[in-house]
Design a protein around this ligand. Structure first.
Ligand code: FE2
Ligand code: FE2
Length: 152
């Protein structure tokens, strides 16, 4: 299968981000509902943690192997540096969520994770992808070949 064009690649990354955002937001909503109704929070917390471990953290790792190095030099270098810092923040917060001892702690960590992730992918969609598309030596489509963590 040929590599997607840069425009197709950009659309695929954004569509996958949307899918991931829905996956996080939906699971945080389940946790919020459990906390609000005073029912057991452990099951929805663990479903969220499992999704973060299975989908979100591997996505971040894959970006750090492909998209981020491609943008490391040039005008987007500082952005990429900040995005790596957000990944580290995300990893730390997932660790906190994993051991959150009660519903209030779990929900506040989960809400912070959702806000961080939405803001983070907004910057990838609106700033990092355009920066990559503007770099003449970056073939965005070729970077994505075989990268299921980036395009679903
Ligand atoms: Fe990222
Ligand atoms: Fe991303």
């Amino acid at each position: 299968m040929p590599a997607p064009t840069p425009v197709e690649a950009a659309a695929a990354i954004r569509a996958h981000h949307q899918q991931l955002a829905e996956g996080v937001v939906g699971r945080v909503a389940s946790l919020r509902a459990a906390a609000r109704e005073g029912v057991a929070f452990l099951a929805p917390r663990d479903l969220l943690v499992e999704y973060l471990d299975r989908e979100i953290l591997p996505h971040a790792t894959a970006e750090e192997r492909t998209l981020y190095p491609a943008a490391d030099s040039g005008p987007a270098a500082l952005l990429v540096d900040a995005m790596r810092a957000e990944h580290r923040d995300l990893v730390g917060r997932v660790g906190e969520l994993r051991s959150a001892p009660d519903a209030v702690a779990a929900l506040s960590e989960a809400s912070a994770i959702a806000a961080l992730f939405l803001s983070h992918i907004g910057k990838e969609n609106d700033r990092l992808i355009p920066a990559l598309l503007a770099m003449p030596d970056v073939a965005l489509g070729e970077l994505l070949v075989g990268m299921h963590e980036l395009v679903g």
